[in-house]
Design a protein around this ligand. Structure first.
Ligand code: SF4
Length: 468
């Protein structure tokens, strides 16, 4: 019988159906970090339980690490305590930890794919909402809470509600200056921040098929911002080419056999979907959020909506305009920024840094702007330095930082101050997200962040000659 990838992966990992309608699902890979694990390990310890499959658990440190001075002990005592707890827990449980000395440390959703830990057909869980990123490989991946982290550590299983599947087909060629970030912001704007509740999103169509793995990761990463529990792309040759030779990917003949299995896990052409949506990719323009959730976005050359707008568009517009200090009808372009942040698990891969560097090459950050680039992982940073991208950023007046989550959620010293406005390549623009309760976040592509840094205000990256 025809099936979607979600159904196939789900069935392959089902331990049993539970009486309450949930499924006990085996988790192939559990990624852990310093923030959502200390309590989970404490709960395990209190019950005298161990980690069931340490070899299926991998740790890294990302949320709290300082990106400027990473010497131990950290100046921030709480950060030092969290990292020390993770180190102790991993050591005691026999879990591999990719720490700051490993050369492989970075944001959990960057390092999984980079190392080939993330593979098609897998179930992946992590105590972080943006675990959906790994779906780019045709994995079923979702974020979990601390008590579920405990459950996975103890049993390698999760009790999961069934999911519906919405296929989102993106058609057409993206225009110059339009990136994967604009596509996913457009999808969330169209379907709403709660539109995906109860669903996994399957991204398809020729626009997605043409995308690199980095671009697919950007798309899948923000599935959660559209309310979806997971998002995925069917594995194809682009996926296999990316996987080949990665440290934890199957090697030699085993790789060829794995490819054959991965192909079979893709959705069948005649699979049935609970919902089907088409998006015209060719009409998407560079996009910027103007509000306090990722669904509140406009094209850079479009007026902001009015609080009088009806339906889901109208909900929350007044509150968002008030918080942001914007007026209905004004353009987002021309908004003066204070901070430019290129980073996060959405957009801090090598290709993102390259796109931002293209825009700033030979230009300089505006005098009033604080600009920082925070690579997604140590290998991204190293690869960027080998290409000389660090020099381009430094010459332009950007700060070149160590790998981590940084100003995406400001659990480290990288924070907005007061009412500052930040052009950010991250994924959430909630009130207070970047460390100041009154700070304001404008989400956009890394190229648009770079353009804003140079101009000192939001501008259309297409107006910069070599923007894309
Ligand atoms: S970069 Fe942001 S969204 Fe991604 S894992 Fe870190 S804190 Fe979470």
């Amino acid at each position: 019988m025809s099936a979607t990838l979600l159904q196939k992966v789900w069935d392959a990992h089902t331990v049993r159906r539970l009486p309450n309608g949930q499924t006990q699902l085996f988790i192939g890979l559990h990624l852990i970090h310093e923030v959502t694990t200390p309590q989970a390990f404490d709960m395990l310890r209190a019950r005298g339980w161990g980690v069931r499959f340490p070899e299926r658990t991998i740790g890294t440190v990302d949320h709290i690490v300082p990106t400027l001075d990473q010497r131990r002990p950290f100046l921030d005592v709480m950060a030092e305590d969290m990292l020390s707890a993770l180190e102790r827990n991993c050591r005691e449980a026999g879990v591999r930890l990719l720490d700051l000395t490993s050369g492989a440390q970075g944001i959990v959703h960057v390092i999984g794919p980079e190392l080939g830990l993330t593979q098609p057909g897998m179930t992946i869980a992590c105590g972080d909402s943006h675990t959906s990123t790994h779906g780019a490989f045709g994995a079923v991946a979702f974020g979990i809470g601390t008590s579920q982290v405990r459950d996975v550590l103890a049993s390698q299983c999760l009790a999961m509600d069934p999911l519906k599947v919405r296929r989102i087909r993106v058609r057409g060629r993206l225009s110059r200056g339009v990136y994967a970030k604009d596509v996913i912001l457009g999808i969330i704007r169209r379907l709403g921040v709660n539109g995906g509740v109860g669903y996994a999103y399957e991204y398809a169509g020729e626009t997605i098929e043409r995308m690199t793995m980095d671009e697919r990761m950007t798309i899948c990463n923000m599935s959660i911002e559209g309310g979806a529990r997971a998002g995925y792309v069917n594995p194809d040759q682009v996926t296999f080419d990316y996987m080949r030779g990665r440290k934890f990917a199957p090697q030699g003949d085993a790789f060829e056999s794995a490819c054959a299995w991965w192909k079979r896990m893709a959705s069948d052409p005649d699979a049935a979907y609970d919902d089907d949506v088409e998006i015209d990719g060719s009409s998407i323009r560079p996009t910027v959020t103007w509000g306090i959730n990722p669904g509140q976005s406009v094209y850079v050359d479009e007026p902001l909506p009015s609080a009088a707008a009806g339906g889901s568009e109208g909900a929350g517009i007044g509150e968002a305009l008030d918080f942001m200090g914007f007026r209905a009808g004004q353009r987002i372009s021309g908004t003066r920024i204070d901070v430019a942040f290129v980073g996060s698990c959405t957009n801090a891969r090598l290709s993102d840094l390259r796109e931002a560097a293209k825009v700033i090459r030979g230009r300089h950050v505006a005098p009033h702007v604080r600009a920082l680039v925070v690579p997604g992982s140590q290998p991204v940073r190293l690869a960027a330095e080998r290409e000389g991208l660090d020099r381009i950023f430094l010459d332009a007046g950007f700060e070149w930082r160590g790998a981590g989550c940084s100003m995406c959620l400001a659990m480290n010293p990288d924070k907005l101050e007061g009412r500052e406005i930040c052009a950010s390549s991250s994924n959430r623009n909630f009130k207070g997200r970047q460390g100041s309760p009154t700070g304001r976040t404008l989400l956009m592509s890394p190229a648009m962040v770079a353009a804003a840094a140079v101009a000192g205000e939001v501008v259309d990256v297409r107006e910069l000659a070599d923007g894309h």
